[in-house]
Design a protein around this ligand. Structure first.
Ligand SMILES: Cc1cc2nc3c(=O)[nH]c(=O)nc-3n(C[C@H](O)[C@H](O)[C@H](O)COP(=O)(O)OP(=O)(O)OC[C@H]3O[C@@H](n4cnc5c(N)ncnc54)[C@H](O)[C@@H]3O)c2cc1C
Ligand SMILES: *[C@@H]1O[C@H](CO)[C@@H](O)[C@H](O)[C@H]1NC(C)=O
Ligand SMILES: *[C@@H]1O[C@H](CO)[C@@H](O)[C@H](O)[C@H]1NC(C)=O
Ligand SMILES: *[C@@H]1O[C@H](CO)[C@@H](O)[C@H](O)[C@H]1NC(C)=O
Ligand SMILES: *[C@@H]1O[C@H](CO)[C@@H](O)[C@H](O)[C@H]1NC(C)=O
Ligand SMILES: *[C@@H]1O[C@H](CO)[C@@H](O)[C@H](O)[C@H]1NC(C)=O
Ligand SMILES: *[C@@H]1O[C@H](CO)[C@@H](O)[C@H](O)[C@H]1NC(C)=O
Ligand SMILES: *[C@@H]1O[C@H](CO)[C@@H](O)[C@H](O)[C@H]1NC(C)=O
Ligand SMILES: *[C@@H]1O[C@H](CO)[C@@H](O)[C@H](O)[C@H]1NC(C)=O
Ligand SMILES: *[C@@H]1O[C@H](CO)[C@@H](O)[C@H](O)[C@H]1NC(C)=O
Ligand SMILES: CC(=O)N[C@H]1CO[C@H](CO)[C@@H](O)[C@@H]1O
Length: 637
């Protein structure tokens, strides 16, 4: 019912732009503040980011359950933030935490940016709106690590809107409607594409990358069309605020408290999570602390940067570290804050000395084209300004990235003593967990239906090379001098040499792609960076060490869903090991990062989490109305 209402609301948006859009609503009517927040709720969701809003929406579908969401950030009501162009304007600093990693020893001690949202809607409010999924094999590995087929690829399905037929024909767009549903997040293809993507696609096929009709149906490898999280009716960002919060903000049993930080979670003597300590954002030291109680469950959705930090402050984490910090250890869980994975990224840039008309450089330097672009955008919300970063990508298996050496690389990963490359803090259990992951990754490396590097393209001459399966592992640990400030992030990027080796091979792959007939004939490319003089593996290794970035903003894995004896933090029920009444539902539970930008996967995790939570708190005994067979009295035992 709610979904139909938001659908209608967005249909009329073109005519009445300012009245019903999320960005123009005054949320204060439905928010609570420090004076109106109640002491007790059935559910408390910690973090009103992407996953937190999904879970809050689903849990408050039960009008008999009260739900409180506590979010550190505020609403971003800037209308620009929901336009496709927000992606090209850079990430909005006012919506992000401001921190950097420690110097990365395997990256010439370069400090790396940490991207993490601090705003209602979280990452979905700030991100690049690329919405796709990893290969089925990625998720099947989660199921194997947890011995639970419930976490295989089956059942993780978001949503889709059909693009215009003219573009479909011109660009041979393909998708499989069966792998999308009718949910609250709209995804669509941009209403404008540059013709240069066609020879780039042809070049991918020439260099051996198999085309896929659809990536999201488990075929997240090969070259394929991927949609954006954009509502085609309004050509605006479709995100957790518009999809999951706006339609239900008025529910009397759903409360949102923004601008507040959750400091700790309190456990009782039976290790049941009972309450949270909360204070207004801003003050570093704990002041004006409120204690808010949850009757049924506390749901941690503070993201991969902060969920481990909150647990560590609460005495749940690696005991050696907590003792060092003078924190009373309540539950020894060494994996809290370990297993950090992201997608390391680098750039390959060419000068296309020939080009098709139009091409993306026209948007930088062709005055008449720029004028035309703003005109069609104003008139019909079409044209180049309706695009984000494109809709086509190659997600390339190691066999195609490195045809001559892929088996040697897979063997190096299988045969190495990987412990040498792990953070020194890793315990026996964590090493066992990593070994289980390593077996699965070595298998994924040798498969044709899983990938190691993503290369999005859209007709432009500069490309990101995004590594989808780093084998190094990082950490997120409480700052001993500032528990309530930013945590200390160490990606440990490239500390396992298999990673830098794959990045080097990715550059060689990008060059081979640019030596295909399709690309040479159309673009006559000359390499700008790394540059034609950097050719040997040694020179490329030096280059990638000096230029790779640790993060694409896809921080994952820091409270991994794995068994406790493998250093995991939550089980397949998403409950924290050793504690009752406390679950985690955000990107931190991802055991192995999938080969896709993480937004789509986070929606699926959060939807599944809401189901699991609802199921375990279903009123007992079930109401007789839910049976359509005659009741039968059991003999009491
Ligand atoms: C800059 C950027 C660009 C990205 N681009 C893409 C993309 O194009 N495509 C894609 O698929 N993915 C992208 N991602 C990744 C994707 O958006 C994230 O993986 C996803 O949104 C994470 O969701 P989450 O619920 O785990 O965490 P978040 O959405 O980050 O939510 C966590 C929330 O918890 C709040 N919080 C933290 N600590 C506390 C506390 N102590 N008390 C109260 N609240 C707290 C935070 O303020 C935040 O709002 C991007 C991410 C970033 C940061
Ligand atoms: C609603 O909650 C109350 C108190 O928790 C309970 O007694 C009642 O049975 C619930 N009603 C429904 C319809 O679940
Ligand atoms: C990060 O810095 C920006 C200013 O550049 C500020 O607006 C924002 O509030 C800061 N983020 C946090 C979480 O403090
Ligand atoms: C995996 O799950 C099955 C079915 O739940 C169970 O029988 C089996 O013992 C489990 N195996 C392991 C290794 O935990
Ligand atoms: C369109 O794509 C499909 C699937 O990749 C392919 O089989 C077909 O040959 C393509 N057609 C054109 C005209 O490029
Ligand atoms: C690209 O190459 C052309 C032709 O060689 C040259 O004129 C132009 O300056 C180059 N552009 C850049 C940005 O290097
Ligand atoms: C500018 O764009 C127009 C419209 O696409 C095109 O006809 C023209 O050739 C372009 N000019 C240059 C200098 O590329
Ligand atoms: C691997 O390295 C670790 C750490 O140096 C060492 O303790 C272990 O014995 C090594 N294992 C093997 C099989 O060599
Ligand atoms: C590459 O090296 C050659 C010879 O050493 C030199 O002449 C040329 O300028 C270099 N080119 C670039 C782009 O650095
Ligand atoms: C690293 O790159 C910078 C430019 O980005 C350059 O100035 C520096 O010389 C490079 N260092 C090494 C060791 O290659
Ligand atoms: C527990 C709680 O707050 N329940 C409220 C949820 O919303 C309904 C109306 O939709 C109210 O009747 C309940 O009191």
């Amino acid at each position: 019912m709610q979904l139909n209402i938001i659908h209608l609301a967005t249909q009329v948006l073109l005519a009445i732009p300012s009245s019903c859009h999320p960005q123009s609503r005054d949320w204060r009517n439905w928010q609570v503040d420090a004076t109106t927040v109640q002491d007790t709720y059935d559910y408390i969701v910690v973090g009103g980011g992407q996953s937190g809003l999904v879970v809050a929406n689903r849990l408050s579908e039960d009008a008999n359950a009260s739900v409180l969401v506590v979010e550190y950030g505020h609403f971003d009501n800037n209308p620009e933030q929901i336009q496709p162009s927000s992606v090209r304007n850079g990430w909005p600093p006012q919506d992000l935490y401001n921190l950097s990693s420690v110097p990365q020893v395997a990256l010439l001690n370069r400090v790396q940016k940490v991207y993490s949202a601090a705003v209602v809607g979280g990452g979905s409010t700030v991100n690049g709106m690329m919405l796709h999924r990893g290969a089925a094999d990625d998720y099947n590995n989660w199921a194997l690590l947890n011995n639970d087929t419930g976490w295989s690829f089956e059942g993780l399905l978001p949503y889709f809107v059909k693009p215009s037929q003219a573009l479909v024909d011109q660009f041979n767009m393909t998708w499989d409607a069966d792998v999308y549903g009718q949910g609250p997040i709209h995804v669509s293809f941009a209403r404008f594409q540059y013709p240069g993507l066609l020879p780039q696609w042809a070049g991918m096929e020439e260099v051996g990358v198999a085309p896929q009709v659809e990536g999201a149906g488990g075929h997240g490898y090969g070259v394929y069309w991927y949609p954006n999280a954009i509502d085609d009716a309004t050509v605006t960002r479709s995100y957790a605020v518009s999809g999951y919060y706006a339609p239900v903000a008025e529910r009397p049993n759903l409360s949102l408290l923004t601008g507040h930080r959750v400091n700790e979670i309190l456990l009782d003597e039976t290790f049941r999570a009972t309450s949270i300590l909360v204070q207004p954002r801003g003050d570093h030291e704990p002041t004006e602390i409120m204690t808010l109680e949850a009757r049924k469950e506390i749901v941690l959705a503070a993201g991969a940067l902060h969920s481990p930090q909150i647990l560590q402050r609460s005495g749940v984490g690696p005991s050696a570290l907590l003792r060092d910090y003078g924190i009373k250890v309540l539950v020894d869980l060494p994996g809290v804050g370990s297993n950090l994975q992201d997608h390391p990224i680098n750039h390959l840039t060419f000068n296309y000395t020939k080009n098709l008309d139009p091409n993306p450089t026209d948007m930088q330097s062709n005055a008449s084209f720029i004028e035309w672009a703003s005109q069609v955008w104003e008139e019909s919300r079409k044209g180049p300004l309706s695009t984000t970063t494109g809709n086509t990508a190659a997600v390339v298996p190691l066999r195609q990235v490195a045809p001559d050496t892929w088996d040697d690389i897979a063997r190096e990963l299988s045969n190495q003593n990987a412990t040498l490359f792990l953070p020194q803090s890793y315990t026996k259990e964590q090493i066992a967990g990593y070994e289980a992951q390593r077996l699965l990754l070595a298998d994924s490396f040798s498969r044709t239906d899983n990938a190691v590097v993503e290369v999005p393209f859209s007709g432009a001459s500069s490309f990101i090379l995004m590594m989808t399966k780093e084998v190094s592992r990082g950490t997120v640990l409480l700052d001993p001098d500032d528990w309530y400030g930013n945590p200390i992030v160490d990606y440990h990027t490239f500390e396992n040499p298999v990673d830098s080796r794959i990045m080097v091979e990715s550059f060689k792959f990008g060059r081979r792609w640019h030596q295909t007939a399709a690309i040479i004939q159309t673009f006559a490319p000359v390499e700008d960076s790394p540059g034609v003089n950097i050719t040997s593996d040694e020179a490329l290794l030096k280059f990638v060490t000096n230029t790779t970035s640790s993060s694409t903003g896809h921080m994952s894995g820091t409270c991994a869903m794995m068994p406790r004896h493998l250093g995991g933090v939550v089980g397949p029920d998403l409950l924290v090991h050793g504690i009752t009444g406390l679950s985690i539902v955000d990107a931190s539970i991802i055991p192995l990062i999938p080969g896709a930008h993480t937004c789509g996967t986070v929606y699926a995790i959060a939807e599944k989490a809401a189901d699991l939570i609802k199921r375990r708190h279903r009123a007992k005994p079930p109401s007789p109305d839910s049976f359509n067979l005659p009741l039968r009295m059991e003999t009491p035992r």
